[in-house]
Design a protein around this ligand. Structure first.
Ligand code: BTN
Length: 325
């Protein structure tokens, strides 16, 4: 109900909305409207009320990831047109999987907290309440399943583009980590439900550390957050910008099979091109030099016997020689 009140008030922009109009539109009494307005004020919304005129929103807690805040900033056609906002969930990817067949393409699930956030390769993803962006997007592209892994690169490129647009200097550690000052700030977990020839859906899970200040001993030298790097950005603005950039690149891939812009961004903002890196496959660790990203989005490296190898994103991990990158 309070989401709806904010929506109506936001739609009215500078104009006042009377208590009567709100009560009619929402089918609740004027006293109930007044009570909801008071709770919204407690949540941080600054709502002006003037006798005989009604209510007007002066400012919202910019940082709440509720759909109204995001819709208001969003310039997309399909991605994020339906947003499900949760206070807490085990994993937004898992939540979306359960409802995957019943929701429209582009539906986004965002949770303030995840109790079982998942990283790649079965790792755990720390997702404390309101500290970051924990969201998943569902896609239903009509492409063959082998073309799905490229969507991870699309997500990476959109995150970097969005952050750069917000004046954050971020890089991509191919294929799915976003890096600031040699530490990971964001990761992508793409999951696929498909038959041999056909995709049911792809879920792109994005985790971004925004306000976390303490990563504990284990992660301390590998992970960072925007706040730790002195970028004090609103989560709403980041989400809107990421969804906007994602939609442009995703549409171009699905409709025109165009990968060029994504590859260009991945190369221009690469954290590993021209560097020596370890490629880790299970228990094996191989030292190689990273020389390029192919037109298909694969990593091109030279091994220690001077052989050129092309690496598919799949289940490899990349580590820098001196640390995380
Ligand atoms: C990684 O870098 O290992 C991937 C991390 C992906 C984390 C996000 S948070 C939202 C979505 N839900 C999950 O359980 N995981 C992804």
């Amino acid at each position: 109900m309070r989401d709806k009140i904010i929506e109506v008030i936001l739609d009215n922009g500078e104009d006042f909305v009377s208590g009567e109009e709100l009560s009619k539109k929402l089918g609740i009494s004027r006293t109930a409207v007044w009570k909801h307005i008071n709770i919204l004020r407690e949540e941080g919304y600054d709502i002006e009320s003037v006798n005989k005129k009604g209510y007007r929103l002066i400012s919202s807690p910019k940082d709440l990831l509720n759909p109204q805040n995001i819709y208001h900033n969003l310039k997309t056609d399909i991605i994020g047109k339906n947003i499900i906002h949760l206070e807490s969930v085990d994993s937004t990817n898992d939540y979306l999987k359960k409802i995957g067949n019943d929701v429209q393409e582009g539906t986004v699930v965002i949770s303030e907290e995840q109790t079982k956030g998942k990283g790649r390769l079965g790792r755990n993803w720390q997702s404390k309440s309101k500290e970051g962006i924990w969201m998943s997007i569902i896609l239903k592209p009509e492409i063959t399943p082998y073309k799905a892994p490229f969507i991870t690169l699309i997500a990476g490129a959109s995150i970097v583009k969005a952050l750069n647009h917000l004046n954050v200097s971020a890089k991509i550690k191919w294929p799915n980590d976003i890096i600031i000052n040699n530490k990971k700030v964001s990761g992508i977990l793409t999951e696929l439900s498909a038959e041999i020839e056909r995709i049911n859906y792809v879920i792109v899970g994005i985790g971004m550390n925004v306000k976390n200040l303490d990563f504990g001993q284990e992660l301390g030298d590998k992970a960072t957050s925007l706040y730790k790097e002195n970028y004090y950005l609103s989560r709403v603005e980041i989400v809107s910008q990421v969804l906007y950039e994602f939609e442009k690149l995703y549409k171009d891939y699905i409709e025109n099979n165009n990968k060029e812009e994504v590859i260009r961004i991945c190369k221009e903002h690469s954290a590993i091109l021209d560097k020596d890196i370890y490629v880790i496959r299970g228990d094996e660790k191989e030292l190689v030099k990273c020389i390029d990203i192919s037109d298909e989005g694969n990593l091109i490296v030279i091994d220690n016997q001077n052989r050129v190898q092309e690496i598919l994103s799949g289940e490899v991990s990349i580590r820098g020689v001196k640390g995380y990158v």
